[in-house]
Design a protein around this ligand. Structure first.
Ligand SMILES: [Mg+2]
Length: 176
């Protein structure tokens, strides 16, 4: 599948209409976005130390003693390909940079600069390329399978009912 066809197919299933802003006030979304930006500061620092050798700025002891999760003390890098890890963590940190642009716009009332979207989206694309290469897949295959999934979910077009009532097994059958 070529990119132009993917975009057409993706737009076919895009949600239209007015968002339900009465259900999620702007301050609630902003709080969640800002929390995500905070987390990203630490994840990005970890990425830069792990892959670029930067001196760690994280407080390891504080993370060790106050981490909220259970069963992390036996964590190991062993099962993970480092190119996969680099790709996934990079996708996350670059997505969070887009989140930061959005949070700033909501907070300041200034629209997002499209140049910044190009910049961060390019970074995101770069990490996707790293991940796809590490896993042995390609953009064409990913685009095709994504559209197949959406065709199962929305045979005609997007609807809120279909978005909320999915048959996950049927949708993902062609991935395996
Ligand atoms: Mg970036």
């Amino acid at each position: 599948m070529i990119m132009q066809n993917y975009i057409q197919e993706a737009l076919r299933t895009a949600a239209g209409g007015t968002p339900h802003t009465d259900k999620v006030p702007a301050f609630v979304l902003l709080e969640l976005l800002l929390a995500r930006v905070d987390t990203n500061t630490d994840i990005d620092a970890a990425k830069k130390s792990l892959f670029y050798g930067k001196a760690p700025t994280l407080n390891m002891e504080s993370i060790r003693s106050s981490g909220p999760y259970q069963d992390t003390e036996n964590a190991s890098y062993a099962p993970v390909d480092f190119n996969v890890l680099h790709g996934v963590v990079g996708i996350d940190t670059e997505a969070a940079e887009l989140v930061e642009l959005l949070a700033t716009a909501i907070q300041t009332g200034e629209p997002i600069d499209s140049g910044r979207v190009v910049d961060e989206s390019g970074d995101l694309l770069w990490y996707l390329a790293i991940l796809f290469d590490a896993v042995g897949i390609n953009f064409e295959e990913v685009m095709e399978k994504n559209i197949q999934k959406l065709r199962v979910r929305y045979p005609e077009k997007f609807s809120e009912h279909l978005a909320l009532n999915r048959n996950e097994a049927q949708e993902t059958a062609h991935f395996h």
